[in-house]
Design a protein around this ligand. Structure first.
Ligand code: ATP
Ligand code: MG
Ligand code: MG
Ligand code: MG
Length: 477
């Protein structure tokens, strides 16, 4: 099943069941405080918050997402992309838990010939919030799931909240068991690599009040109008349905990986570190393509800086694969061809998109050359002084001021018979991280960038006047 087929199956399934099909919003919203769209629900926040009446009782979409918080996972886990597509179905005061669970189970287990995804029932596991007996009951009754494949989890994992007063509620997640070859028995609680999370069902059920942490807050009562927000990872389902090992090997991503292998002359599947690099390249090139398609250009701050990082990490990974010439023209073209069936704009706009990427690659290749010159000088003077260790502050300066990656410094130093003072380097890095963390603290909490939920704040402040009243007063868009 091609990724595009799964996507259209999804839209058709929910479209047939009364959901308005809403096109993906851009990766970048109008709200400049929000870096990127991180989930399918983001464009629906005004309706989910109740501040704006939803123009339809139920909706579905396949939303383009970027999660920079997952960047370090890419290529190492089987399931994290910086860009991915989140399939969502949403109910605005319409169906609730039973409907959401019923639809999810039906779509996942219905045979392919009947328009479903054809997952064998015995391979599906779910987690639920530990106190959500109602959900457990529905899973047993509607899906016929045995107790053994329903696992309870605490607030940390299975409770959704915006981090501020407003709507909140338990969630239930669906996992696919890849089998004993992939890890230990015992369900998702035991092993999240063997059991792959594919779908998160969020039940927006309660009104939360103030709290002191992600898991400590008071619940003020039930919401008069309850909402459903779900998110299924399209790439995750694609990788499981296509029988490949991870989401970098699906039809929309693999061609870039293969091109990286071809250009470098290294075989995918031969050396673990090389495999990770090829997967990073495949992921980052696609993310860069999609970001540039939505109008982001490389720069030194905000969204542009993330794009720059993705492009530079690509160049760096190719270099670690032994290629120090420009490869973006080939890689980007491969990604365009893999994505254009679903996103024709990446083709139509390719001249503009590629120009920015090629210029960035050229400039980074020059940075690398410049950094190498500085490093060569430092290496010579270290050796002339009779030392065998390159000072940590030199490595930090190269990294911080010249954008010269540490692994490259290590590599070049080693070629010259020098070690690098890693301890000093790491401690300078830690200091810098601490400074950056203090800056970001106000904005981020946990795994998701909570600034995404800021529109809920207005609701939290005024909500005691009543959800219905607010809805009645809210302007119609
Ligand atoms: P994980 O625990 O695997 O990091 P998550 O719990 O952070 O996933 P959710 O926030 O629940 O993910 O998002 C809903 C769905 O979107 C997930 O069930 C998954 O299928 C998909 N998804 C989330 N993050 C990614 C990603 N980085 N790449 C691909 N799919 C993702
Ligand atoms: Mg998870
Ligand atoms: Mg989840
Ligand atoms: Mg995650």
């Amino acid at each position: 099943m091609l990724t595009a087929d799964i996507r259209s199956r999804w839209l058709e399934f929910f479209g047939d069941r009364g959901h308005t099909v809403v096109p993906s919003a851009s990766l970048v919203s109008d709200d400049p405080s929000l870096l990127f769209t991180v989930a399918g629900m983001v464009p629906f926040i005004p309706y989910l918050s109740g501040l704006v009446p939803a123009p339809y009782p139920r909706a579905t979409s396949v939303q383009k997402c970027i999660r920079t918080l997952d960047i370090e996972e890419v290529g190492k886990t089987t399931r994290h992309g910086t860009f991915f597509q989140m399939n969502g179905n949403f109910s605005f005061g319409d169906y609730f838990k039973e409907g959401a669970i019923g639809y999810a189970w039906e779509l996942l287990t219905k045979s392919e010939s009947e328009g479903g995804l054809g997952f064998p029932e015995r391979d599906l596991w779910v987690t639920v919030y530990e106190d959500d007996d109602e959900a457990i009951d529905i899973w047993k009754r509607v899906a016929g799931l045995p107790d053994a494949r329903i696992q309870r989890r605490g607030k940390e994992d299975n409770y959704w909240s915006t981090g501020q007063p407003g709507p909140a509620g338990p969630c239930s997640e669906i996992y696919f068991d890849r089998g004993p070859a992939y890890g230990v028995e015992g369900g998702p609680v035991a092993d999240e690599n063997r059991y792959i999370e594919i779908w998160n069902l969020v039940f927006m059920q309660y009104l939360r009040g103030e709290g002191t942490s992600k898991t400590e807050f008071e619940i003020l009562g039930e919401l008069p109008r309850k909402n459903i927000d779900t998110g299924m990872g399209l790439e995750r389902v694609a990788f499981l349905k296509q029988g490949v090992e991870n989401l970098y090997e699906i039809d929309q991503v693999r061609p870039v990986l293969d091109r990286a292998a071809e250009i470098s002359g290294r075989r995918y599947g031969a050396v673990h570190d090389d495999d990770v690099r090829m997967r990073v390249v495949a992921d980052h090139v696609r993310s860069a393509l999609m970001l540039m398609s939505d109008g982001v250009t490389p720069s030194n701050e905000g969204r542009g800086y993330i794009l720059r990082r993705l492009l530079r990490r690509t160049v760096r990974s190719m270099r670690l694969l032994g290629v120090d010439t420009a490869t973006m023209p080939e890689l980007l073209t491969a990604s365009r061809d893999a994505m254009k069936a679903t996103y024709p704009e990446v083709s139509a706009d390719f001249d503009r998109i590629s120009r920015g990427a090629y210029a960035e690659e050229e400039s980074f290749l020059r940075t690398l050359t410049g950094g190498t010159t500085i490093l060569d000088t430092a290496v010579s003077s270290t050796k002339a002084g009779g030392a065998s260790v390159l000072p940590g502050d030199t490595a930090f300066l190269l990294h911080d001021t010249y954008g010269f990656p540490i692994d490259l410094t290590l590599e070049i130093a080693e070629e010259s018979g020098l070690a690098v003072d890693r301890v000093a380097f790491e401690s300078l890095m830690a200091e810098q991280k601490q400074r950056a963390k203090a800056d970001a603290k106000a904005k981020k909490l946990g795994i998701t960038d909570l600034t995404v939920y800021s529109p809920f704040r207005a609701l939290g402040e005024t909500v005691f006047r009543g959800y219905d009243e607010l809805e009645a007063e809210a302007p119609v868009l």
